[in-house]
Write a protein that binds this ligand. Structure first.
Ligand SMILES: N[C@@H](CCC(=O)N[C@@H](CS)C(=O)NCC(=O)O)C(=O)O
Length: 326
């Protein structure tokens, strides 16, 4: 794994030495927006118009952030309008690669490039920073619209409604402040918390992160006993943002990232909520456990240097969830 420095690839792992063993996620560089008519984004960002067939999504099936964008592409029926390329699950010294020697790894469907970094360099030959998925690409101007999943799902939620006729709203006006508050709580402690636990290189950093992971689950369990979804009776964006981390928890984070005080399956309400989302129409097709298990165990030399894939628990994702009773 590495990053670009002024257009040149440099193979380096995350620096935790300067932060007492703590993993700090860097902020995302490409932040334009797709809007119905190309008007600027909500904070004045450069706007791109919603058009069928113009944009392409680069994802890894392993990555929880990229997974959010696949979920919203499915929920909002954007499949006929936005194509997808899937990287190989192994992220090694060259970063994400477009190798196709793994089931459902598609290669770069647009340009046949070997590495994801080459796409970043196509957008900016002097690009600097981490080369991450997801990437939302504009074929017309040959550039990256956004590589920030939290913002890509907001665009998908509404920008293409005029084209698809799908007006389902996962960020409805009356619930926005509640959704924002839940995201602000769940993202650092849980979505990023599992990474902070897994990538910690000091006991103190790990202890701090893993405590926040389980404090979040301990708070969510009674909350989901009283509420079918996180904000109440209506499923919203915050459910889906929690989902992509929760679905990886028992198969990977529990063991590989040492988040092993409990399994999600030991929390009856959370586990029922998770199965309901997994069973939601179109969603199971976005979850590829072979990519997930392979990526984490192959790509993190510092955690699993021999690249041994564990046997993994048997999980019945299709068991009835029983959430209708709430
Ligand atoms: N802020 C980004 C984070 C994306 C991200 O960190 N993706 C990981 C994969 S799970 C990645 O590509 N990492 C490569 C790297 O850090 O070099 C988002 O949510 O879209």
């Amino acid at each position: 794994m590495g990053k670009l420095v002024d257009g040149v690839w440099s193979d380096q792992w995350y620096d935790t030495a300067s932060t007492g063993g703590r993993f700090l996620r860097t902020t995302t560089a490409w932040r334009s927006w797709i809007t119905p008519d190309g008007a600027p984004g909500p904070a004045g960002q450069r706007g791109f118009p919603a058009e069928s067939g113009r944009y392409h999504l680069y994802v890894s099936y392993a990555c929880p952030w990229a997974h959010r964008t696949l979920v919203f592409r499915a929920l909002k029926r954007l499949e006929p309008h936005i194509g997808v390329s899937v990287v190989h699950p192994d992220m090694l010294s060259e970063g994400w690669e477009f190798r196709t020697d793994f089931p459902l790894a598609t290669g770069d469907r647009l340009y046949g490039l070997p590495y994801l970094r080459d796409l970043y360099l196509r957008a900016d030959p002097r690009a600097s920073g981490r080369v991450t998925v997801p990437v939302l690409w504009d074929k017309q101007t040959g550039t990256i619209v956004s590589n920030e999943s939290a913002e890509i799902i907001r665009m998908f939620n509404s920008a293409f409604d005029g084209l698809t006729g799908n007006r389902d709203d996962y960020y409805p006006e009356p619930l926005r402040s509640r959704i924002d508050a839940l995201n602000d709580r769940i993202y650092p402690a849980f979505n990023n918390g599992v990474y902070r636990a897994g990538f910690a290189t000091s006991q103190a950093a790990y202890d701090e992160a893993v405590a926040e992971v389980f404090a979040t689950l301990d708070w969510l369990e009674p909350h989901l006993a009283a509420n079918r979804y996180l904000t109440g009776p209506r499923m919203t964006e915050v459910d889906w943002r929690l989902f992509t981390t929760a679905v990886r928890f028992d198969p990977v984070y529990h063991t590989h990232f040492k988040c092993n005080r409990a399994w999600i399956r030991e929390y009856p309400n959370l586990w029922g909520w998770l199965r309901e989302l997994y069973q939601w129409p179109g969603i199971a097709e976005t979850v590829k456990f072979d990519h997930i298990v392979r990526h984490y165990h192959y790509s993190h030399d510092t955690i699993n240097p021999y690249r041994i894939l564990p046997i993994n628990p048997r999980i019945d994702w299709l068991a009835p969830h029983g959430r209708e009773r709430i």
